[in-house]
Design a protein around this ligand. Structure first.
Ligand SMILES: Nc1c(NC[C@H](O)[C@H](O)[C@H](O)CO)[nH]c(=O)[nH]c1=O
Ligand SMILES: CC(=O)[C@@H](O)COP(=O)(O)O
Length: 169
């Protein structure tokens, strides 16, 4: 397996400056065991910098973008806007073309939401061929993709702050 550059995340000092930020986590629990690992990894990464995770669950990956948009707006209206968001899920190819819809449309919608709203977003939706591939990528003790998605979102918060687009708290 090709080595992956995990150093792309923001330096530890910057991540540690993110204490107290609010992170919206929307998880699809289509595969419970996978979801457990992804969420554990994401929670650990968020709490490691002293940030707060607020977790919401939807049936499948296709529901994540709409749920995220709804919850982001609700947070704004409550006067408790989210600083970042993380999507967690697992899409495993079956017998039909539905995989392409679920995998492609959820990713596309999340990218559109992130860019349009300048939303620091990490996409931890696995798109794989087999359960074995999913387990290796989900497990915190192995590839920890949930943690990676959360770290990506946190790194974007740091960039947004450095760009002075977000008042430092
Ligand atoms: N096959 C997978 C799905 N399919 C369900 C869709 O995400 C959606 O809930 C349904 O089409 C109703 O709108 N979802 C996953 O998260 N993972 C899959 O492998
Ligand atoms: C990703 C999916 O929607 C897929 O798991 C559904 O399986 P199938 O294509 O066999 O209906």
């Amino acid at each position: 397996m090709v080595a992956q550059n995990r150093d792309a995340a923001a330096p530890k000092a910057i991540l540690e400056s993110l204490a107290g930020i609010r992170v919206l986590v929307v998880e699809a629990r289509y595969y419970e065991d996978i979801a457990d690992e992804l969420l554990a990894g994401a929670r650990a990464a968020i709490e490691a910098v002293g940030a707060e995770a607020r977790v919401f669950t939807v049936p499948g990956a296709l529901e994540i973008p709409a749920a995220m948009a709804i919850l982001l707006k609700a947070g704004e209206r409550r006067g408790e806007p989210y600083d970042a968001a993380v999507a967690l899920g697992c899409v495993i190819r079956g017998e039909t073309g539905h995989y392409d819809i679920v995998a492609g449309e959820s990713a596309r919608a999340l990218m559109d939401l992130s860019v349009a709203e300048r939303l620091p977003l990490g996409n931890g939706i696995l798109t794989v061929e087999t359960m074995e591939q999913a387990l290796i990528r989900a497990r915190v003790s192995q590839m920890n993709k949930g943690g990676g998605a959360a770290e990506a979102a946190l790194s974007l918060v740091a960039i947004k702050r450095a760009a002075n687009l977000e008042p430092t708290r």
